[in-house]
Design a protein around this ligand. Structure first.
Ligand code: ZN
Length: 214
């Protein structure tokens, strides 16, 4: 606690559960961020920690982040929130899957995830617009926990691809510099793929957008 990581699905998407550290047992809620595949491990974690899933939030609508969304939402009755500017991807191959030998994404209903302040599972959350990898991609910043979920925008020592339809490299770099790199340096970064890092560490050492890349 408070973050549990589950690399799921054919592209090992980091699927996360976050829950308040001070939540009392029996009163515990969690929020899921992206669900890349079979969510049985996430469901077992929820049961083990006696936590109710309050919401499933999506950083963006790429198929590899969505495979387990329908099943997790069905099993927990949690609402799904997705950034509306990515709705344009919902009917495309990069949103629906079924390309490059990967299976199609089981369909699910979602509600808008508007930018700005909100709360999930009793935790304040700031939805940061971080387009570039996709037109509507967001990062989910939890200031009290000092954690940001960056989807496929910022990784440990790397940045998101922009060669998919509607990707835009200049927008991605703007998102990183103007939104993510203005967060406190000790903010932990939980990306959509690969290991965790911190904002300060990437400002210093990221070869694509850090100090040496300028
Ligand atoms: Zn992606």
């Amino acid at each position: 606690m408070p973050v549990a990581v589950f690399p799921l699905g054919p592209l090992e998407v980091n699927s996360y559960l976050l829950c308040r550290e001070d939540a009392s047992p029996g009163n515990r809620e969690a929020v899921a961020i992206d669900v890349g595949g079979d969510p049985s491990g996430m469901l077992a974690w929820l049961e083990e920690h006696d936590a109710r899933l309050a919401a499933v939030c999506l950083t963006h609508r790429h198929f590899d982040h969505l495979y387990g969304v329908a099943e997790l939402a069905r099993a927990t009755a949690a609402p799904v929130y997705a950034p509306v500017e990515d709705d344009v991807l919902a009917e495309t191959e990069s949103g629906k899957g079924g390309i490059w030998g990967f299976p199609p994404v089981p369909p699910f209903a979602s509600q808008p995830l508007p930018p700005g302040k909100c709360a999930f599972a009793g935790m304040e959350c700031v939805v940061l617009e971080t387009p570039g990898h996709t037109p509507g991609g967001v990062s989910l910043y939890f200031p009290e926990q000092g954690i940001v979920f960056t989807g496929d925008v910022l990784f440990y020592r790397s940045i998101g691809r922009t060669d998919f339809p509607l990707g835009e490299h200049a927008a991605l770099l703007r998102s990183i510099h103007e939104k993510l790199f203005t967060l406190p340096a000790d903010t932990l970064v939980y990306p959509g793929h690969g290991p965790e890092t911190s904002i300060g560490d990437e400002i210093k050492n990221n070869p694509f957008c850090g100090e040496y890349a300028r």
